[in-house]
Design a protein around this ligand. Structure first.
Ligand code: ADP
Ligand code: 5GP
Length: 189
């Protein structure tokens, strides 16, 4: 049997609802598997190394870049590196699953450029900047400095929306779940 080579990219500013929507898609029996990125940011309470991310030092991250182990990488916030491991894509395809990437807007568009029609790029759009800020604060996973770093990038990140294949408006969560699921099902058919 041919290995499925398609893949799903999910991008958005922090707090827009990527993680929530990716989790829903992973539970929707679509044969998706999460691509676990490498990052140099600190682990948050509740996260498990190897599940949300491979948490590594900035030095190990730079070594992986030099060794060509990253398909793409970005310094998403000053001092915090994030990158997609080449090995994740092959591992997931070998498992006969479709990779789903939760990556920043630039990384998402870079992956889309590499894989073209094999990749579906979804942009999760919050109803407004103010609502996104409220969600980010209510999530309470970040200190004020980290929230500020994230909010400073939001308006710039929102300008990338039209470059994606599909924009999912995340106002009502159930509607966003349905819209995202429908787009992915249609693409994978
Ligand atoms: P991201 O991964 O893009 O940073 P999250 O998925 O963590 O965003 O969502 C940010 C916060 O907003 C979380 O606490 C999540 O539960 C909440 N959230 C996500 N979507 C909605 C929605 N449609 N309505 C209300 N709260 C939401
Ligand atoms: P967080 O720190 O909230 O987990 O993620 C911060 C940002 O980094 C999010 O926009 C997330 O999508 C992005 N990100 C996570 N992994 C990667 C990756 O491998 N590559 C890129 N370019 N961005 C990533």
């Amino acid at each position: 049997m041919d290995q499925p080579q398609k893949m799903i990219i999910v991008s958005a500013p922090s707090g827009a609802g990527k993680t929530t929507i990716v989790r829903h898609l992973l539970d929707a029996h679509l044969n998706l598997e999460f691509s676990v990125s490498a990052t140099s940011r600190l682990i948050r309470p509740g996260e498990i190394d190897g599940r949300e991310y491979h948490f590594i030092t900035a030095d190990s991250f730079r070594q992986k870049i030099d060794e060509g182990k990253l398909l793409e990488w970005q310094e998403v916030y000053p001092g915090s590196y994030y990158g997609t491991l080449v090995s994740e894509v092959s591992r997931i395809h070998e498992n006969q699953h479709y990779p789903i990437f939760d990556v920043d807007v630039v990384g998402g568009l870079n992956i889309k450029k590499m894989y073209g029609d094999q990749a579906l790029a979804l942009f999760i759009q919050p109803p407004s900047y103010e609502i996104l800020e409220g969600r980010l604060r209510a999530r309470a996973t970040e200190n004020e400095a980290s929230i500020k770093k994230r909010l400073e990038k939001v308006r710039w990140e929102l300008e990338f929306a039209s470059k994606f294949d599909v924009i999912i408006i995340n106002d009502n969560l159930n509607t966003a779940f349905q819209d995202a699921e429908k787009a992915v099902r249609t693409f994978l058919k």
